[in-house]
Ligand binder design. Structure first.
Ligand code: GDP
Length: 420
């Protein structure tokens, strides 16, 4: 059985949760490899509708071990809340484990995230304010606190108090209230006690799964255009959603990842700031947003919407070598007579299919092919052969321009609305 990475191939929100939930029915282990509780992976299945922030989308399979991986940053109280939400809905979370090497998102990271966004003013990044960026900053700056450190209470309290010396100085300098070290530590230790022996060294578990040829799914957050190294810096996330990040973040040697699924929507959306060449404005944007219900899963913010951008997803393919693409939300384009698909950019009078760095991308004008729409919904379609001819032609154009074959097509939010 392969180790499969599920990777976003646009700006995020591509439907990775749905695809992971679908594949997780037959998975033994599902690992979230980066990001934090700023994610909002929507899963719609026989149990209901769920927005998962940190818990892997494999949690609905009672036989799958679900790991919050070492590459993530974990807000323990938020995780406890999420587990409680699932339990309340009748979903067992007994198989959820948290990597002891993951870094903690502490209350001061959340305070600093909000302060940073405020002080950036018009240059703000559009973060979700969950403290994820500051937690990764601390990790890289060697100020981070890892999850296992909660086990030594005295030392943990000292670490928090020490970190707060500088963090509080910054908060106060910008007019924000300082945080109390005891309260911060209490909050995290209470949550840690609730998690108990879920906090483990995940490497032996993953190593064992690979050795037994178990089916392992690696679930990414956000997408290639928000990758720290290859996305639209600085409007990126503070980790690597790419499949390369999956190996490190999950703790799997890269050569074991044999299947990489790039997830794309049939059009484009983005939450947060940064260049988005095919973005629609005004009434055109409202039409697509309303029809496709494009509001953020975590924040409820209206998503920016635009046409499919093959330059962006080809960029993702060049970095991930997708073995296949999963196209979601094809059902949302049924009402258009003509569907523009961006096949190249024009930048300063030159046509290109390469992804330029951010400030140059700001000047890119999309070059569109216009494809005929299919003018109907897709309810009741049960296989790819049953798709309207023009829908199949649209998918074929995506394959040609991105450069990878389409293995899955989503025609509804439910797990069952998936065509192989
Ligand atoms: P993720 O963060 O990549 O998991 O994506 P989100 O959950 O933020 O956004 C994807 C949205 O599209 C969710 O509301 C899903 O329920 C929905 N969705 C996923 N696939 C399909 C599909 O094929 N058709 C429709 N109509 N909705 C879908």
């Amino acid at each position: 059985m392969p180790v499969t990475a599920v990777v976003g191939a646009q700006w995020g929100d591509e439907g990775k949760g749905k695809i992971t939930d679908y594949l997780a029915q037959h998975a033994d282990v599902v690992i979230r490899y980066q990001g934090g509780s700023n994610a909002g992976h929507t899963v719609v299945n026989e149990h209901g509708t769920f927005k998962l922030h940190l818990v892997p989308s494999g949690v609905f399979n009672p036989n799958a071990l679900c790991i919050v991986g070492p590459g993530t940053v974990v807000d323990l109280p938020a995780l406890v809340e999420e587990l409680a939400m699932l339990e309340k809905a009748g979903i067992s979370t007994a198989n959820v484990r948290v990597a002891d090497r993951a870094h903690l998102v502490l209350p001061y990271h959340i305070a600093l995230d909000r302060l940073d966004e405020r002080e950036r003013g018009r240059q703000k990044l559009g973060t979700t304010g969950r403290g994820v960026g500051p937690a990764y900053s601390d990790k890289v700056a060697r100020h981070g606190i890892q999850v296992y450190e909660v086990r030594d209470e005295r030392r943990f309290r000292e670490r928090v108090a020490h970190e707060l010396l500088t963090k509080n100085a910054i908060l106060e300098r910008f007019g924000d209230a300082p945080l109390d070290p005891t309260e911060v530590a209490d909050q995290v230790l209470t949550a840690a006690a609730r998690l108990g022996d879920r906090i483990v060294d995940t490497l032996p578990l993953v190593e064992d799964a690979v050795a037994r040829d178990a089916s392992v799914l690696l679930e990414g957050q956000l997408g290639a255009m928000r990758d720290l190294d290859w996305g639209i810096y600085p409007f990126v996330t503070s980790s690597n959603p790419l499949a390369g990040g999956a190996a490190v973040g999950a703790g799997i040697p890269p050569r074991y990842i044999t299947r990489v699924i790039g997830v794309v929507k049939a059009y484009s959306t983005a939450v947060g700031e940064g260049p988005f060449p095919t973005e629609l404005q005004g009434a055109d944007a409202d039409r697509l947003r309303e029809h496709a219900n494009e509001y953020g899963a975590t924040t409820g913010r209206p998503r920016r919407v635009g046409w499919f951008d093959a330059v962006a997803s080809r960029h993702a393919h060049r970095l991930n070598a997708f073995t296949e693409i999963a196209v979601t939300k094809l059902d949302m384009l049924g009402e258009y007579d003509l569907i523009p698909l961006c096949v190249a950019y024009e930048i300063d009078g030159r046509r290109t299919t390469d992804m330029p760095p951010t400030a140059i991308l700001e000047r890119a004008r999309p070059c569109y092919d216009e494809l005929a729409g299919w003018g109907c919904g897709l309810a009741g379609v049960t296989d790819r052969a049953g798709l309207p001819k023009n829908a199949t032609a649209y998918l074929k154009r995506i394959e040609e321009t991105v450069g990878a074959p389409i293995g899955m097509v989503g025609i509804g939010p439910e797990r069952t609305a998936t065509l192989l």
